[in-house]
Design a protein around this ligand. Structure first.
Ligand code: ASP
Length: 479
């Protein structure tokens, strides 16, 4: 029997779960498509029943996010030497910033060259869905980002995040230089974890434990075993991913309004974002990977099938995070690096989202015939970067932070409804790039930090040997 055929079942067995998850995505798409075209009109309730098993899978993954995120970051930073965690952190931040800026620049280059907005047929306002209560300014969103980094109550941060709201009250106005200020600025908490705050708190706690040394051992052991326990649960939940993504994808395809928009009015915009994501994932990231590690990324990307299929199926980088960590563990990366880089990456490093925010804002500006000066393009790149950092790792979060980018080109928040029809699908592609970028980042940072890790290990070994010598001498003295 030729070697290739004999190896085939082995390959399938080795990659059974990945294979099944990919089959789940594809067959979900086929079934969803089939059900749509069956002529039967599916009610929202029907769709909800179809989605139900997928929803349960998503809930299981989401339930792991907070304990895994906190325990991983604390135990990883706490167990690294302080100077080493500084170096690892710096490398990770440089990687996140470089890739995000490259993604935004690529998006802007593509959208200004292809000009999907100019090519599109005359734009008619769809039955606009009011997504966001407009009013808050870009400055409010940016200030909220920083407010969330410093949560006032860490327990509350696990369930809610802060958001500024403007409250209009005609009876309570203030006249400023002849102009009437009709609103008050108030703060509000909205449900959903404040992941940014949890990440920051965990980093500080990890550094503190590292500084405390032996005294912090019980707490370090606690976080370490918590993180291990979460990974074991992930190992169980992961077996449900083929079924989970199957139902999620089927229900999503059943529920969407129109495929016409995909190939019609929004087709060129859709293709521009997709091309950008593809070039970023397989071009920019691959080049950076080769430069940093002197290795080809294909072998590693091939091992990320499970991660990519789950990201596509769930459209959430936070929900995929446990699986991304597991995948990096399987690749044999140092767990201290993985547990440091992945949770932070899943929270703030979203290249796909940044690229899409830039393309979408300029696309809408083109449709609206808004002149894009160089200054405005720079403003779009800065706000798209900030919007991607601020976006939560949940489905279509980018659509919400997009308001901030639209504001820089003086477009109303309601204009996000223009791209709504195709956003569900683009979201899945950009989430896939977001998680691939995190995983490649972990490999790059691990490879760049290899020398430092070995050096610290050698110093630690010397210290241990010296300590045990001292102990033996003392014992001899006692006798
Ligand atoms: N769904 C994306 C993620 O979780 C965020 C977004 O772009 O909407 O990474």
């Amino acid at each position: 029997m030729p070697l290739r055929i004999r190896n085939c079942p082995h390959f399938v067995r080795e990659n059974l779960l990945t294979f099944m998850t990919v089959v789940g995505v594809v067959s979900g798409a086929v079934l969803g498509w089939g059900l749509r075209s069956s002529g039967y009109e599916w009610s929202r309730r029907d769709v909800m029943y179809f989605q139900y098993p997928g929803e349960l899978f998503l809930r299981m993954l989401k339930c792991l996010i907070v304990p895994l995120l906190v325990s991983s970051i604390v135990s990883a930073i706490g167990s690294l030497d302080l100077s080493l965690s500084g170096k690892v952190g710096l490398r990770a931040i440089i990687y996140y910033m470089t890739t995000t800026i490259c993604a935004v620049m690529l998006g802007i280059a593509l959208v200004t060259t292809i000009k999907p907005g100019n090519e599109s047929k005359a734009y008619q306002q769809p039955n606009a869905t009011k997504l966001v209560t407009k009013d808050t300014l870009t400055s409010d969103t940016l200030l909220d980002l920083l407010r969330n980094v410093f949560p006032e109550n860490i327990a509350q941060a696990t369930i809610a995040s802060y958001r500024t709201k403007l409250v209009y009250d005609q009876n309570d106005t203030k006249s400023i230089k002849g102009q009437l200020e009709t609103y008050k600025i108030e703060g509000d908490y909205q449900s959903g974890s404040n992941v940014l705050g949890l990440v920051f708190f965990s980093i500080v706690l990890g550094i503190t434990l590292g500084k405390m040394g032996e005294q912090s051992r019980p707490l370090q052991d606690f976080f370490h075993s918590m993180s291990e326990a979460m990974m074991i649960i992930t190992g169980w939940v992961i077996w449900l991913s083929p079924l989970g993504v199957f139902f999620l994808v089927t229900a999503k395809i059943m529920e969407i309004d129109s495929f016409g928009d995909l190939v019609g009015r929004l087709g060129l915009y859709f293709m521009t974002v997709l091309l950008g994501l593809f070039l970023h994932g397989f071009g920019t990231l691959s080049i950076l990977f080769i430069l940093a590690t002197k290795k080809l990324p294909c072998r590693y990307i091939a091992k990320m099938g499970q991660v990519m299929a789950t990201a596509f199926g769930t459209a959430s980088s936070s929900a995929t995070m446990p699986i991304t960590i597991g995948c990096c563990d399987d690749m044999g990366l140092d767990p201290r690096i993985t547990r440091f880089v992945i949770p932070i990456g899943a929270t703030i490093n979203m290249d796909g989202t940044a690229l899409y925010e830039a393309v979408a804002a300029i696309f809408i500006a083109q449709l609206r015939k808004v002149e894009m000066s160089f200054g405005k393009i720079i403003a779009v790149s800065v706000t798209a970067t900030a919007a991607s950092i601020g976006a939560a790792g949940i489905p279509q979060a980018g659509l919400v932070t997009m308001v901030m980018v639209l504001d820089t080109v003086n477009l109303p928040a309601e204009d996000v409804s223009i791209i709504l029809a195709v956003d569900w699908l683009l979201d899945r592609f950009r989430t896939t790039i977001n998680v691939v970028c995190d995983a490649l980042g972990a490999i790059i940072v691990a490879s760049l930090s290899q020398g430092d890790i070995e050096k610290t290990r050698a110093v630690q070994n010397d210290r241990d040997t010296a300590n045990s010598h001292e102990l033996t001498e003392l014992e001899k003295g006692d006798h």
